[in-house]
Design a binder for this molecule. Structure first.
Ligand SMILES: Cc1cc2nc3c(=O)[nH]c(=O)nc-3n(C[C@H](O)[C@H](O)[C@H](O)COP(=O)(O)O)c2cc1C
Ligand code: SF4
Length: 481
């Protein structure tokens, strides 16, 4: 069915025997869980994955609906819709919830998921805010146009006018130039200009604590109106809210520095969101069990935040890992930095290139879970990362390391896999190879598909299935009983 070598399959976790239907029915993973006001039928969870199927207007396209409808047929306990923008600003083909006009489209998505899962799957949506990031510039364009000429730079060659100084800097070799430019200018030249939450000299960054609670709350309220069961506030990876939580956040306005101050805006966003949605609607967040980067948050920080979030009344805490800009690879000229290319990115979406890619976040998540229990909180904790067998999920749940187990890429490889497990037909599962072809597509903002099914030919739906412009199938093939 696909041209993947057995060598790649040999690296996967061995599964000596898939469970029978009866065994699966007894499995902890397939038992219900209460997520605040929402009862999920199982402890399975498909986390947010941006598939690049919206359009420049941020609308819920037919492709977006078909994508989630396909996951829903596998009946996960919870399905989380991709990171969705809370602002109504052009954001490429990122789904948006920043205006009332998006509600109808999102409502159609909810209906499709409910129908396809027979009403079983609970549907959450992840809400995101992010700061500006520019593409890596051409060296000479940057030095001649964008570089801020500071008095220190001017002092290098006081006899030159500004144009002359810029030309002089351009004539220097890379190492000499690197020794002269201020740190942020050098970063902007090498990686593209990236805003940080600590850039409080910029009025719109200083104002983030004033504007974000209402922006998140209004977006969440639209999602509630569209019929979603809950929202996941995106406090993870490389984006605005994660940057407020980060140990690298040194803001001096009461929203940075000590852990309690770093948690302040995330808690205010939660409070505003909770107040804007019905009591029957779940509100939780996704944040990092470990930022992985130098000077970043570690599991102890995550444990502190988890207790504060639980105390505030969050309905679930989903924990991811890494995925930061700080250690991302240098992009090519004209491309943007991508936060999943450095060591922290590899921890976020581990591949079989790593010696131990399986369940890499579990220990850190278990640390967070223990802190919650010690503080007297039973808020459900979701773990994720390199989990693709029932045995893994059962070990995590039976040891109380988490309450819910999420699987992203395995669900992308085979959206029916959870149903196959429940029906005792595990040997029919199309197993994810954990080589990140899908993530490469995400990186280049192309429609995300899976190498195991996007070029398969000879299927009944060949003529009708949605396709990308390069003819890749946009949807996994039907599971034919
Ligand atoms: C194509 C793709 C898109 C993703 N988009 C998001 C996203 O929008 N929000 C998010 O929190 N995580 C996102 N992730 C990360 C996944 O939710 C998950 O944390 C990660 O893939 C590790 O889980 P896994 O080993 O089960 O795949 C994405 C992952 C992939 C592969
Ligand atoms: S493309 Fe992604 S989902 Fe498909 S096998 Fe590779 S890593 Fe797994």
């Amino acid at each position: 069915m696909c041209a993947v070598t057995d060598k790649r399959r040999e690296k996967l976790l061995p599964v000596p025997r898939w469970p029978t239907r009866e065994e699966a029915a007894q499995a902890r993973w397939f038992q219900p869980v209460q997520l605040g006001p929402v009862s999920a039928a199982t402890r399975t969870w498909v986390p947010a994955m941006v598939p690049w199927r919206s359009n420049e207007e941020g609308e819920t396209t037919a492709e977006v609906i078909a994508w989630y409808e396909r996951f829903a047929r596998g009946r996960p306990g919870v399905l989380v819709v991709e990171a969705t923008g809370i602002r109504d600003v052009p954001s490429g083909p990122l789904l948006r919830a920043g205006d009332d006009r998006f509600v109808d489209g999102l409502a159609r998505l909810v209906e499709a998921v409910k129908r396809a899962s027979g009403g079983e799957t609970k549907l959450f949506i992840q809400l995101i805010d992010f700061l500006a990031i520019k593409r890596r510039p051409q060296r000479s364009a940057y030095l001649s146009r964008f570089l801020t000429v500071t008095p220190a730079l001017r002092a290098l060659r006081p006899e030159l006018d500004e144009a002359g100084l810029r030309a002089y800097l351009d004539s220097l070799d890379d190492d000499t130039l690197a020794g002269l430019l201020p740190k942020r200018e050098l970063e902007a030249l090498r990686f593209g200009l990236r805003e940080r939450v600590t850039d409080t000299q910029l009025p719109h960054i200083a104002a983030l604590p004033k504007v974000l609670p209402e922006l998140f709350a209004r977006a969440a309220s639209r999602c509630a109106r569209a019929g979603f069961d809950g929202v996941e506030l995106h406090y993870a990876h490389a984006y605005t809210m994660a940057s407020f939580l980060s140990a690298l956040n040194t803001r001096l306005d009461g929203y940075g520095g000590e852990r309690a101050s770093r948690a302040r805006l995330p808690l205010e966003v939660f409070a505003a969101t909770r107040a804007a949605v019905p009591a029957s609607f779940a509100v939780g967040c996704r944040f990092l069990a470990d930022e992985i980067i130098e000077g970043g948050n570690r599991p102890d920080d995550a444990a502190f935040f988890a207790v504060e979030f639980a105390r505030a009344g969050m309905d679930f805490l989903s924990l991811s890992r890494g995925g930061k800009f700080e250690d991302a690879k240098q992009p090519k000229v004209g491309a943007s930095a991508y936060p999943y290319t450095g060591p922290s990115g590899h921890e976020c979406m581990p591949t079989t290139k790593l010696a131990a890619p399986w369940g890499r976040n579990v220990e850190a998540v278990a640390h967070v879970k223990r802190a919650l229990v010690s503080a007297g909180f039973s808020t459900p904790v979701v773990t994720c990362g390199g989990i693709a067998t029932l045995a893994q999920a059962e070990a995590i749940l039976s040891q109380g390391q988490a309450d819910v187990v999420a699987s992203a890429r395995q669900s992308l490889a085979d959206p029916d896999w959870l149903l196959k497990l429940r029906l005792g037909r595990g040997d029919e599962i199309r197993r994810c190879l954990f080589t990140n072809y899908c993530e490469g597509l995400d990186q280049s903002h192309q429609a995300v598909t899976c190498q195991l099914w996007d070029r398969v030919k000879g299927l009944a739906d060949d003529a009708t299935v949605m396709r990308a412009s390069d003819r890749r199938r946009l949807l996994a093939p039907d599971w034919v009983d």
